[in-house]
Design a protein around this ligand. Structure first.
Ligand SMILES: [Fe+2]
Ligand SMILES: [Fe+2]
Length: 248
């Protein structure tokens, strides 16, 4: 652990959560309801999205020279892999097929490779904000105790991820001239809005089951991005070493 690293508390945060199992009533059989296939397809897509090896962000974190940050990133990637494992369990519970590839996942991967740490974090945060809305809505789409328990648990983790990446982004943005920072934030918010539109269309059947329109889904994600952008542009309010609740 690097003594002077501002990420010491974040590393503790991830270490404390490591290996926590998902407390869900797996022995309860899935009740057959309308929309099971739609849930299965939607879960398979998110399973794929959560199952990356984090190679790029791990390399970028290692390149910062802050071994504490690099270690925290390793544990963050581990949590995302755990989400993928829980989604696999859910997808199998809903009798869905595993997806090998999906165009939206490829698009995220391509974008992530366009730039350095700042851009990588922006793309990760886009996925995290969409996850917050998605895992909040998903339990409304199908009454199942295992689905509900998994979504509640994943949501807790994702809130931590947003706060963790927000701290890094605030620090990165604080080093930019104000006009460049404003342009970057506006570009990122446009990217979030466009991505939310695509995801809402892709998961429209699940949203319909949950009683949420695509417009409402997109608005919810955009509002999270607006609140997060405000927090990111106020770096003084968010210290790197401060393990705070996410503001979105
Ligand atoms: Fe996740
Ligand atoms: Fe996450």
């Amino acid at each position: 652990m690097t003594r002077s690293s501002p990420y010491v508390n974040w590393l503790k945060h991830f270490e404390a959560r490591r290996g926590l199992s998902l407390d869900a009533p797996y022995d309860r059989p899935l009740a057959e309801r309308q929309g099971r296939e739609a849930l299965a397809r939607s879960l398979a897509r998110f399973e794929l999205g959560e199952s990356g090896d984090g190679e790029r962000i791990r390399a970028l974190a290692a390149a910062t020279g802050d071994t504490t940050y690099a270690h925290a990133i390793e544990l963050f990637v581990e949590e995302e892999r755990q989400h993928a494992a829980w989604l696999k369990t859910l997808r199998e519970r809903f009798d869905g097929e595993r997806l090998e590839t999906h165009w939206s996942d490829s698009a995220f991967v391509v974008l992530r490779h366009l730039g350095g740490l700042r851009r990588e974090i922006c793309v990760l945060l886009t996925a995290e904000l969409i996850a917050l809305t998605y895992y909040g809505v998903l339990p409304l789409a199908y009454e199942d105790p295992v689905l509900h328990a998994a979504c509640d648990r994943i949501l807790l983790d994702e809130r931590g991820h947003v706060a963790f990446h927000r701290a890094t982004l605030s620090h990165e943005f604080a080093r930019m001239p104000a006009p460049a920072r404003s342009a970057a934030v506006l570009t990122w918010r446009a990217f979030v809005a466009a991505t939310a539109k695509v995801v809402a269309w892709d998961h429209r059947h699940v949203l319909a089951l949950a009683g949420m329109s695509r417009t409402e889904f997109e608005r919810d994600v955009r509002n999270r991005a607006r609140r997060l952008a405000h927090a990111v542009r106020s770096p003084i309010l968010v210290g790197l070493g401060e393990v705070a609740d996410e503001p979105v």
